[in-house]
Design a binder for this molecule. Structure first.
Ligand code: PMV
Length: 333
């Protein structure tokens, strides 16, 4: 029977951002980052070997959300297939990679973390089967990182800490680890989709351009300090601090974007309105969701489980055209 395997991997949202690289090719981050794994936003990959083709191919996996892969997107994906084949000595074999997401691709959510994680997982599963040791999972995550940096954090949950190397010559220092705490191990996630348009500045370009900002000096120290403070806040269950550090941190990243030379921005008037809505509510109640933004105009929210009613209320209020809100199944709009 024809061999075929199917795997899936989650996306993740960073609260301490990976922005700036020591090494563009290896995706060696200039600072460590911390993310929450988004188990309800997943990419699926089916791997098989067509008998009628002599080159690797990508196709949309039927049965999921429709999406298009741009020319460069397809090339990046197939280059990663090449890397994985070389890793496993499968260079002479030809693969068909079918992939798709269970979230709409017209909502401007970066799917590169989940799709590269799923592709890497597919080859591991093809060669080594489903049961992997902890060492193999970490090795797999770092191979995935070569395709998309942020995908390295899609292999651990619920929190993934990606420690970078302190210096470009010390790549061996890099590591990932789950963050273990008695607090905040189950959160509700929603994203306010302000725009679904394809970004005019890709995240790879953003990583390059931020280093031209005069405030990039000090960025590594700021991110590392916030990371330590955030780990401390999670350890003692301090939601207010966690929320405030996350707020500062995404503004820091977006500040790098606007102060880059030349300047660029993902913020839209609608993003600012949504941010204002949550900031005002926070100031009034001294409670609310963690708010963060990726390299895009959409606003991500993380609520504690006991804030479910607050989440439903706030999101209902915001759920007016032209906004679309994507939530995990536990939030009802
Ligand atoms: O993985 P990349 O190269 O697409 O980098 C994306 C980095 C951000 O999403 C902007 C921040 C992060 O830490 O995920």
């Amino acid at each position: 029977m024809k061999k075929e395997i199917m795997v899936s991997a989650p996306s993740n949202i960073a609260l301490i951002k990976y922005m700036g690289k020591w090494d563009q090719g290896l995706n060696l981050a200039t600072n460590s980052s911390l993310s929450w794994t988004l188990n309800h936003l997943r990419s699926f990959v089916r791997l098989s070997q067509p008998t009628d083709s002599n080159r690797d191919e990508w196709r949309l996996l039927p049965g999921y959300e429709p999406m298009e892969l741009s020319g460069t997107g397809r090339e990046k994906f197939l280059n990663h297939v090449k890397r994985l084949k070389a890793h496993f000595g499968l260079g002479a074999q030809t693969f068909l990679v079918e992939s798709a997401n269970d979230f709409p691709s017209d909502c401007g959510l970066a799917s590169s973390a989940s799709s590269f994680a799923a592709l890497t997982k597919a080859f591991y599963s093809w060669v080594l089967g489903e049961e992997l040791s902890q060492e193999q999972i970490v090795e797999m995550a770092f191979l995935s990182k070569q395709g998309s940096g942020s995908s390295v954090r899609s292999f651990l949950h619920p929190w993934c800490l990606w420690h970078t190397a302190k210096h470009p010559d010390k790549k061996g220092e890099e590591k990932i680890q789950p963050l273990l705490s008695a607090h905040f191990n189950d959160l509700l996630h929603a994203v306010v989709v302000v725009s679904g348009q394809v970004k005019s500045v890709s995240s790879s370009q953003a990583h390059r351009r931020v280093t031209s900002s005069l405030v990039f000096g000090g960025r590594v120290e700021r991110a590392e300090q916030r990371l330590q403070e955030m780990i401390g806040a999670i350890a003692i269950g301090d939601w207010q601090s966690l929320r405030n550090i996350a707020w500062e941190e995404f503004w820091d990243m977006h500040g790098l974007f606007v102060t880059s030379r030349p300047s660029f921005s993902y913020m839209t008037p609608l993003s600012l309105k949504v941010l204002d809505f949550f900031q005002e509510a926070w100031e009034l109640q001294n409670d609310g969701p963690i708010v963060t933004m990726d390299a895009g105009p959409n606003v991500h929210l993380l609520y504690r489980l006991e804030q479910k009613e607050l989440a439903e209320r706030q999101l209902k209020e915001l759920n007016k055209s032209p906004l679309k809100i994507l939530t995990d199944a536990r939030i009802k709009l």
